[in-house]
Design a protein around this ligand. Structure first.
Ligand code: MF3
Ligand code: CO
Length: 250
């Protein structure tokens, strides 16, 4: 399947899906305190998603066993919620969640500190979030896809961080993963021209150390190979002729 351009009707459903997801993240943020388990967060997420007439898109996706991903410290993405993973003061946690509302998807991730965290960890979280906003300066009709990738990578490398190569952002719509793939690291070409009506999930995954990652024995959890901290920030955005519309932000 190739890149799809969404109709006004589809966009209006994706706006609703995104608003609900943004609200879910706002509520989950309040739960991030020392002593809570990642399974507690997953339970709350699933309740909130279903209470809003949505389906948690991650649940059973390629056999994934939970409603959201909870990735702590050196875990990059796809951490599986567990009752034995108790958050400790000083941890950082990335929450990645997706919803399906009336057949349309939204996907967003946030990284939070648990209690007091080091200034080094806070800086990684802030730079990762800002790299998304640097990237979407080019998320508009007339720009090229890899302008986004290059802007993200240039920004984070200026802090000495690395952008994960093995995982990318993606188009989104009736499917969680649609074309195109959106790398978060520098590309040799400029890629496809962006057009109004494209909906993209842009999601920098940034490591303090090297970009190399590996997958744990649970076949899901992606961790940094060097054990360095990693942060993730993602939103579903609509390409327009002007500024991108942030679908999964309040
Ligand atoms: N949010 C992730 C992505 O953008 C998907 C999570 S993987 C799943 O690709 F298996 F948990 F769904
Ligand atoms: Co995604």
């Amino acid at each position: 399947m190739s890149v799809t351009i969404k109709s006004e009707k589809e966009i209006s459903i994706m706006r609703d899906a995104g608003k609900i997801l943004a609200q879910v993240h706002e509520e989950l943020k309040e739960m991030i305190v020392p002593g809570i388990t990642t399974l507690d967060i997953n339970k709350k997420a699933e309740e909130l998603i279903r209470a809003n007439k949505c389906i948690p898109s991650f649940l059973n996706y390629n056999g994934y066993p939970a409603s959201i991903c909870t990735s702590v410290n050196d875990e990059v993405v796809h951490g599986i919620p567990s009752k034995s993973r108790i958050l400790q003061e000083g941890d950082i946690i990335s929450l990645d969640a997706g919803v399906i509302y009336q057949g349309y998807q939204s996907d967003a991730a946030r990284t939070w500190g648990v209690g007091n965290i080091t200034s080094q960890a806070q800086k990684l979280i802030d730079v990762t979030k800002q790299s998304f906003f640097e990237g979407i300066k080019y998320a508009k009709e007339g720009c090229y896809l890899y302008d986004i990738s290059n802007a993200i990578d240039d920004y984070i490398t200026s802090f000495g961080y690395s952008s994960v190569r093995d995982l990318v952002g993606h188009g989104i719509g009736t499917q969680m993963h649609e074309e195109p793939q959106i790398p978060n690291f520098r590309q040799k070409r400029r890629g496809m021209k962006l057009q109004a009506g494209m909906t993209l999930a842009i999601e920098p995954m940034i490591n303090i150390g090297r970009y190399d990652v590996c997958v744990l024995d649970d076949d899901w959890t992606v961790v940094t190979e060097d054990g360095s901290l990693s942060a993730h920030y993602e939103n579903t955005v609509l390409i327009t002729k002007g500024e991108p519309e942030m679908l999964s932000m309040l």
